[in-house]
Design a protein around this ligand. Structure first.
Ligand SMILES: [Zn+2]
Ligand SMILES: [Zn+2]
Length: 257
C-alpha cells in the first residue's frame, strides 16, 4: 500500500484550486512530483503537505501547458538555495525541449546555477523508467499536443494518472486493472462537445474509461471552478458510468492505493 497527495486539482483557469500537480513518496524520505501546477502556489502546497523541497528528487511532466509546467521555474529557483537538493526532470521529447526553452526565456542561467544537480531525462512512450522501487510507464494520450499519462507501479500497487486527455483507447490500455485511476474531468455529459474541443473528457467518459479498464477506484481531477461545475454531480455521473467508487479530488487530499 502506498499513497499519493494532490497538490493542485483545478483546471487551467480555476481560481479556487491550485493547478495540476501531485506528489508521491519514494523510499528514503524522498518524493516524486507529477506536473508542477502554475506558479509559486506549488511551493506553498508542498509546504502545506509537509514535503520538504529538498526531498523532491524526481519530476515527471505530462505536457507543456502552462497549468502543468508553470511551477518549474519557481521550483528550480528555490532548489538553487538548498545545497543538498537535486532534481531529475522526466518528460517526452517535445515537452522536454519546451521546458528547457521556457527556462531559458524566463529564468536564463537557472540550468547553470544547479549544474550537475539538475538532470534531464527523455521519456519514450511505452518504455518504463525506474525510480526508487517504482516503475513509471508513460503512454501517449489525446490532448491535441504531445501529452502523456503515467502508469505508476510499486510492489503490488498501481496508480494511473490520465490528465489531460480526451477519451482514448490508450488510457483504457494504460489503466488496465489499476488500483487507482486519476482522470481528467472537464464537466458533465451535457458539455461533451466543449470538453472535446478543449482536449478534455466528461465525467461520464472518465467513468466509462474506469469501467473498461477494470480499475478499482476512480478519482476526478482538473476541475473547473464551482461557477461552472458541481463536483458532487460529476461524481454521481461518473459513478453511474463506472459502477464503482468515485471521488472528486480536492487540493491536499491523500489517497491510498
Ligand atoms: Zn493541457
Ligand atoms: Zn491542464
Amino acid at each position: 500500500m502506498t499513497h499519493l497527495t494532490f497538490l493542485g486539482t483545478g483546471d487551467s483557469l480555476n481560481p479556487e484550486r491550485a493547478q495540476s500537480s501531485l506528489v508521491m513518496p519514494l523510499p528514503g524520505e524522498e518524493a516524486m512530483l507529477i506536473d508542477t501546477s502554475s506558479g509559486t502556489v506549488l511551493l506553498g502546497r508542498l509546504e502545506a503537505a509537509s514535503i520538504p523541497l529538498e526531498s523532491v528528487r524526481h519530476l515527471f511532466v505530462s505536457h507543456r501547458h502552462f497549468d502543468h509546467v508553470g511551477g518549474l521555474a519557481p521550483l528550480l529557483t528555490a532548489l538553487v538555495a538548498l545545497p543538498d537538493a537535486s532534481l531529475t526532470v522526466h518528460a517526452a521529447s517535445k515537452t522536454l525541449r519546451a521546458l528547457r526553452g521556457l527556462l531559458d526565456l524566463t529564468i536564463p542561467g537557472a540550468e547553470d546555477w544547479l549544474g550537475k544537480r539538475l538532470c534531464w531525462h527523455e521519456l519514450v512512450p511505452g518504455k518504463s523508467t525506474e525510480v526508487g522501487e517504482t516503475e513509471i510507464t508513460p503512454f501517449l494520450m489525446d490532448h491535441g499536443l504531445e501529452c502523456v499519462g503515467f502508469r505508476v507501479a510499486r510492489a503490488d500497487s498501481v496508480a494511473v494518472l490520465a490528465v489531460d486527455t480526451r477519451p482514448c483507447s490508450e488510457v483504457v490500455e494504460g489503466a488496465s486493472e489499476a488500483d487507482l485511476l486519476v482522470h481528467d474531468t472537464y464537466g458533465p455529459r451535457s458539455a461533451t462537445e466543449r470538453a472535446h474541443a478543449m482536449g478534455h473528457s466528461t465525467a461520464t467518459e472518465a467513468g466509462e474509461a474506469a469501467r473498461a479498464a477494470g480499475v478499482r477506484h476512480l478519482i476526478l481531477t482538473h476541475l473547473r471552478s464551482s461557477r461552472f461545475v458541481d463536483a458532487d454531480a460529476l461524481v454521481a455521473e461518473a459513478e453511474a458510468a463506472f459502477g464503482g467508487p468515485v471521488d472528486a479530488a480536492n487540493d491536499l487530499d491523500t489517497f491510498e492505493f
